[in-house]
Design a protein around this ligand. Sequence first.
Ligand SMILES: Cc1cc2nc3c(=O)[nH]c(=O)nc-3n(C[C@H](O)[C@H](O)[C@H](O)COP(=O)(O)OP(=O)(O)OC[C@H]3O[C@@H](n4cnc5c(N)ncnc54)[C@H](O)[C@@H]3O)c2cc1C
Length: 410
Amino acid sequence: MRVIIAGGGIGGLTAALALHAAGIEAEVFEATAEIKPLGVGINILPHAVRELTELGLGDALAATGIATRELRYISAHGQEIWREPRGLAAGYRWPQYSIHRGRLHMLLLEAARARLGAAHIHTGRRLARVTQNAAGATAHFAGGTTATAGALVAGDGIHSAARAQRHPDEGAPRWKGAVLWRATSVAPPFLGGATMIQCGHHELKFVCYPIADNADGTQLINWIAERVLPADAAWGREGWNRAGRVEDFAPFYDSWRWDFLDVPALMRQAEAVYEFPMVDRDPLPRWSEGRVTLLGDAAHPMYPIGSNGASQAILDARVLAMHLARGATVQAGLAAYEATRRPPTAAITLANRGLGPDLILQEVHRRAPDGFTRLHDVISEAELRQTADWYKQLAGFDPILLNQRESFAA
Ligand SMILES: Cc1cc2nc3c(=O)[nH]c(=O)nc-3n(C[C@H](O)[C@H](O)[C@H](O)COP(=O)(O)OP(=O)(O)OC[C@H]3O[C@@H](n4cnc5c(N)ncnc54)[C@H](O)[C@@H]3O)c2cc1C
């Protein structure tokens, strides 16, 4: 069997590696002329690290990212609300990595070229539409070229051409008024150098974590400023490389100068700022049709809450390979993949609309907008723990369950 993968992003390349490991020939067709190390920080949760480790990428990940040890929730007044260990420190058998998306992307690309052969990774091939018959599925690319194989997997991101063809009335991604400014700064480590912090509340949030160590003792620190704009604010179509302006958000964080981190100072040190509206799409009733299916953001674009976008795309890739290898037919394999992956990713998409685990920030802000003297007068330990545990179960990384389960390909 041969599989065409449209889109050479995180999900598409992982799918190529997973299919290759399962003994299935895969060929990737990426729209951009050259695959470059784009983006800023991203998190790979332990369940996705497990899958990449099974694909032989554990050492490369360890050499590239920061093994996150802790997550803290902090109010807009700099007061700690919740802290929990992460990755190995939380007892998982696999780390959690905070990593530069571009470096992760290059790591996957290098492995895919080495294992599948460079000739199997095509660039400058933008999927325009898909057709299929009893014998195979055909990708039609802009410019008129085509490729045919037994199955076609569309991992072509949030503006997926295959998804638009199947759901022509869906339109643009859904935007509810929040904008993210993503950036990196080089700065000294904060809180021990392996902590992720989520601060503020729904209307004004700040997320920050290191993604690489530098030789001089500083770190490359990823941060995201998130602000809900006034209801009448207009916004253009999003783009991953759209430059943002520090003056559009930095003034709102003027007072966020804490003993463990000076947020305005970090913002002033930004190397580059990218702006992106917080968008997602409604969960779909179906991903697969015959020999064609969707994967990653093409299948389930979700708000970047709870560190799930890349992790869920990686899980998709491994489950897809497993079911294609085991399925009696391509169609049965794709149907089994969808049955495994569509319900949980739909649940995460909807939970993220309700703020996911960040709900606790909003609750504390609602109950004590001016700060608190004693946290547990505002919110109980049980409520905090319940929210944290609920989300881990929902997103498939409950530590007890995860440690018991074998990987998807086992
Ligand atoms: C340039 C870029 C920068 C990003 N930066 C960040 C970031 O800083 N932080 C973060 O959390 N997430 C970022 N993301 C999104 C993140 O990578 C995804 O949410 C997640 O990893 C899921 O991966 P995916 O492979 O499904 O989608 P993506 O990683 O978005 O990959 C989709 C791929 O498909 C290609 N493509 C698009 N249309 C077509 C087509 N018609 N035919 C063929 N190929 C096509 C795209 O060029 C891209 O390479 C970025 C995505 C991109 C494309």
